[in-house]
Design a protein around this ligand. Structure first.
Ligand SMILES: [Fe+2]
Length: 370
């Protein structure tokens, strides 16, 4: 029997959910002070949402909006947001966007008072100074970044993609508004949804799993499996709410149970081949399940029950229904030693239920690039 609780548990202090919940964003931000930064992507501007928010701004607020260029965040971009926050004398930072935007805002909020540049903490130095309040509003159902204690960032000078992690990085407020998924590109729905499903499965089978993470991640697997295809097929589907909830629950679970070898592989493969994170996860997931299957034990059958059939068969079927093909199949494998070394050094890999060896990583890579 696993432990009931993890040794340390941190979750967002407040979570609002439901259609239209994002209209309360500025009221929530105001609780943390009168001056703030809103970092956003295209989704918040669609259908006039950003204009409507700003038009209904509560009296006395001073807000600077920053639009992210898109793509996965870099240390340089974190520095830019920190400078903007310091210049504006911000009390809080809100992020309305996908996982990249939330991670960018999360890192900037955490590091705004830090004495060293972001690269210092990206290299693993502890972060002691408290930062600003973070308000997270996801506009994709995928990364669970709104509920985690880390921000995945790339050092553009070295190409290294890894996390900054600190206890103070948890969002103070999360707003889950399924209407914000409307208009999200289908390829993003598919890839981010497969990331969420991978995270839920890896958290459920992690060697750090507890009763609490099992409960949350199994519900996440159930919700994502049941609702991802409907959201992919129809923008505005009623399944958007359950899918967003599944992603959020998976994020909470992984924040303390951690993940597995798929996420260990995902950072070096994604950075080297410039493939979006969710697409990397989807390409690796079936092979990692095969590798881990014996060690999963009864959890394989529990996961199969949650998806309504054999787990591996269902995942392959779902990927076909989402029109996902591997971005690696048939490609030459480059820099194998680097990929193996980074995968073995990853905290995600260390949480994998089967102890991962170099031979295991090579076995996975051979199949992923087959
Ligand atoms: Fe992920």
């Amino acid at each position: 029997m696993s432990n009931i609780l993890p040794e340390s548990l941190s979750i967002p202090a407040k979570t609002l959910s439901g259609h239209g919940a994002s209209s309360g964003l500025l009221q929530e931000c105001r609780r943390f002070g009168s001056r703030g930064i809103i970092l956003h992507g295209a989704a918040l501007e669609q259908q006039g949402r950003l204009d409507a928010l700003m038009a209904a701004m509560p009296a006395g607020l001073s807000i600077r909006t920053l639009r992210h260029r898109g793509g996965e965040p870099t240390l340089h971009e974190v520095s830019d947001v920190i400078l903007a926050a310091r210049h504006h004398q911000a009390d809080w930072i809100a992020a309305a966007g996908g996982g990249s935007i939330i991670d960018l805002a999360k890192a900037a909020a955490a590091l705004v008072n830090a004495p060293h540049p972001p690269a210092h903490y990206h290299d693993g130095e502890p972060l002691d100074e408290p930062g600003l309040a973070l308000i997270a509003v996801p506009t994709t159902a995928g990364t669970g970044a709104e509920a985690t204690l880390n921000a995945v960032l790339t050092n553009e000078a070295t190409g290294a993609k890894k996390s900054i992690r600190a206890p103070g990085m948890m969002a103070s407020v999360v707003i889950l508004d399924p209407g914000l998924l409307n208009g999200c590109p289908k390829t993003v729905i598919a890839a981010s949804g497969m990331d969420a499903l991978t995270q839920a499965i890896e958290a459920f089978t992690s060697r750090n799993a507890t009763w609490l993470s099992d409960t949350l991640s199994l519900q996440a697997v159930h919700l994502i499996n049941a609702h991802l295809e409907a959201v992919y097929l129809e923008s505005g589907s009623a399944s958007a709410g359950p899918l967003l909830t599944g992603s959020y629950l998976g994020g909470i679970a992984l924040s303390f149970a951690r993940l597995g070898v798929v996420h260990g592989l995902a950072h070096p493969l994604g950075a080297l081949y410039h493939v979006p994170h969710g697409a990397v996860c989807a390409a690796c997931l079936p092979h990692a399940i095969e590798l881990n299957r014996q060690v999963f034990g009864a959890k394989y059958d529990i996961l199969s029950g949650a998806v309504g059939g054999d787990l591996l068969t269902r995942i392959r079927d779902l990927m076909a229904r989402l029109d996902m093909t591997s971005p690696f199949a048939g490609k030459p494998l480059r820099e194998k030693d680097m990929i193996v070394a980074e995968t073995l050094a990853s905290g995600s890999t260390r949480a994998n239920p089967k102890p991962i060896t170099r031979a295991d990583v090579e076995w996975l890579l051979a199949r992923i690039f087959e």
